[in-house]
Design a protein around this ligand. Structure first.
Ligand code: NAD
Ligand code: UDP
Length: 319
């Protein structure tokens, strides 16, 4: 099949492109390189099944494909808040443009939604039936309301125009190839620990997240692609192993053997207090469940970050 991956130069997009090529599909990655880097695709550029188009999905585009994974959007809170209007446009117009392409060529449009659409949940863990608790005026709303509108667009195109759609609500995913300066918690803590710098908690660190290793998330995406057209979702794709941010910091400190202090700082605005997926539906309907323990995933991610920091240091020395 011919598969378009918007946001293909990002963390998840690049892993997805690699997995799709591994299955023998042709892949077109489209990205404006806002938070993505060509470096994540370095081993794919010479692959005969792979092509790259630099494009901003908030502008209309055409493509002849069978499947669209609509992944384009900054995902790290500090990054998506830099230009909130562009984030909202990327999520709303980007979904509209992908759906128009799907409508024109009969492709299936698989939308990367997020656990953020549940906001600061008063239901725990969160099943897909939970409608969420969100302040539309919050600095996070450019992202979570944009993703909610994108889900609405998917179902309106599906019901009104018969467009084939699938929605995956991804929970916090981590792993090799994340941008070290991305600003998300796993990379921040690993990089700080390697430098013996403080691991900075936002607030007291009692808020929770549930971290899914990237290979598990990608397996969930592929299971959704393989499912039949009636399986529109939404599906929660995440690891139900819940941990406080403070406990994550302590685990990373122990893993790295670092002397870094774990310090409290100001809380982030509207930071969800708890987050944990109920994955009953994905288990039953996609026959998918995550399998990589946090300790193993963190070790792989640490090895990758350590190698990249060492390569940078060597380049700096050489330069
Ligand atoms: P990322 O920032 O590494 O990748 C996003 C990619 O989208 C980048 O390559 C960026 O350059 C590109 N992009 C941003 N705006 C664009 C635009 N207007 N036009 C074209 N390209 C654009 O983030 P990620 O973690 O790989 O996330 C990928 C997708 O998965 C996002 O849609 C995100 O909302 C979703 N998601 C990720 C997670 C996670 O934990 N990683 C969780 C929930 C949802
Ligand atoms: N966080 C933190 N220190 C950091 C980065 C993040 O304490 O250096 C917290 C953040 O406030 C949130 C959690 O860790 O409560 C996860 O943050 P991340 O940005 O990775 O993802 P998201 O908030 O989108 O779940």
């Amino acid at each position: 099949m011919r598969v378009l991956v918007t946001g293909g130069a990002g963390f998840l997009g690049s892993h997805l492109c690699r997995a799709l090529l591994g299955r023998g599909h042709q892949v077109l990655a489209m990205d404006n390189l806002l938070t993505g880097r060509m470096e994540t695709l370095h081993d794919l550029l010479e692959h005969k099944g792979f092509s790259f188009r630099k494009w901003d999905v908030s502008l209309p585009y055409e493509a002849e494909v069978d499947v669209i994974f609509n992944m384009a959007s900054a995902a790290s809170p500090p990054k998506y808040q830099i230009d909130p209007v562009h984030t909202l446009r990327t999520n709303v117009l980007g979904a509209d443009h992908a759906l128009r392409v799907a409508q024109t060529c009969g492709a299936v449009m698989i939308q990367a939604s997020t656990s953020e659409i549940y906001g600061d949940p008063d239901c725990h863990p969160q099943p897909e039936s939970y409608v969420g608790q969100i302040d539309p005026l919050s600095p996070r709303a450019c992202y979570n309301e944009g993703k909610r509108a994108a889900e609405t667009l998917c179902f309106d195109y599906h019901r009104r125009h018969g467009v084939r759609v699938k929605i995956m609500r991804l929970f916090n995913t981590y792993g090799p190839a994340m941008d070290i300066e991305d600003g998300r918690v796993v990379t921040n803590f690993l990089a700080a620990a390697l430098r013996d710098a403080p691991l900075q908690l936002h607030g007291d660190g009692s808020q929770t997240r549930s971290f899914c290793y990237v290979s598990d998330t990608i397996a969930g995406m592929l299971a959704l692609m393989d499912s039949d057209d009636t399986q529109t979702g939404p599906y929660n794709i995440g690891n139900p192993g819940e941990i406080t941010v403070r406990a994550l910091a302590e685990q990373i400190k122990a893993l790295t053997g670092s002397d870094s202090p774990v310090v409290s700082g100001p809380a982030a605005t509207d930071d969800p207090r708890r987050r944990c997926p109920d994955i009953t539906r994905a288990k039953a309907e996609l026959n998918w469940a995550p399998s990589v323990p946090l300790a193993d995933g963190l070790r792989h991610t640490l090895d990758d970050i350590r190698a990249r920091l060492a390569a940078r240091a060597a380049q700096g020395t050489a330069g």
